[in-house]
Design a protein around this ligand. Structure first.
Ligand SMILES: C[S@@+](CC[C@H](N)C(=O)[O-])C[C@H]1O[C@@H](n2cnc3c(N)ncnc32)[C@H](O)[C@@H]1O
Length: 231
């Protein structure tokens, strides 16, 4: 068990899919050869693989890799239960969704060594932006405490939290990748995902929830594409 429930991943999936950058996905796919093996790291229930499938070249395969067997049971693609703390499966390309804010800079460096010369598409990494409408006087303190919570250890070193997009881009550029970044924000209207997201933020912040009905919540995310030199 990872602490992420299949219900939560199902609830967030439409917002993730609406937010993903199709431009970066197309650029990523352009670099793949027919039959390419793509590994989805921290795949959970395999949502990214299902979204990416229509973009892929002929005979391309996606392997869903995750440490949580309960989540992987929902994945339709071939799957592998494995901790990301260990050796990563070989692949022609790597993708992830909502993963890199959970990892440390040391994990990113190790990953980039393993992925050298390969295209990488890391989606939906939080970047720390939150916009609540209407705003409330306590929002600033709640989001600051939540940002601190996001930096806590999540099993792969001190988590990067909202620093993840910048950290990945810097490390990858240093190693010679071309880096492209797109905004992939959630734009949440009143409903179950907005309520669950804000409850998660308030609980993690350890502060009382303000009694105000919210009409909109924007959660800032980035998709990050790494292209090897010459791709
Ligand atoms: C926020 S969820 C995202 C799941 C999926 N990518 C999606 O978008 O629906 C993070 C995923 O990373 C996996 N994960 C986190 N730490 C892991 C580790 N050390 N080893 C393997 N999987 C891990 C969790 O099990 C979970 O499925």
């Amino acid at each position: 068990m990872s602490g992420f429930s299949a219900d939560w991943l199902a609830l967030r999936r439409p917002a993730d899919d609406a937010a993903r950058s199709k431009e970066l996905a197309r650029e990523f796919v352009r670099t793949l050869k027919p039959g390419a093996k793509i590994v989805d790291l921290g795949a959970g229930t395999g949502a990214m693989g299902r979204w990416l499938l229509p973009f892929l070249p002929k005979r391309a395969r996606i392997l869903s890799v995750d440490g949580d067997a309960m989540l992987l049971r929902h994945a339709k693609a071939p799957r592998l239960r494995r901790s990301l703390a260990g050796r990563l499966p070989r692949a022609d390309a790597y993708v992830s969704t909502a993963l890199i804010d959970l990892v440390s800079v040391a994990w990113l460096r190790k990953f980039l060594q393993a992925a050298r010369g390969k295209p990488v598409l890391m989606c939906l990494a939080v970047d720390g932006r939150h916009e609540m409408t209407p705003s409330h006087a306590s929002d600033k303190a709640i989001f600051a405490a939540f940002a601190a919570h996001q930096r806590h250890w999540k099993g792969l070193g001190q988590a990067l939290g909202p620093h993840a997009p910048e950290a990945l881009a810097n490390e990858a550029r240093r190693l010679g990748w071309r880096v492209e970044i797109a905004q992939s924000d959630w734009n949440l209207k009143p409903g179950a995902l907005l309520d669950a997201t804000f409850k998660g933020i308030v609980d993690a912040a350890g502060l009382p929830a303000p009694h105000v009905k919210r009409a909109r919540l924007i959660v800032g995310h980035r998709d990050i594409l790494l292209l090897p030199r010459g791709a």
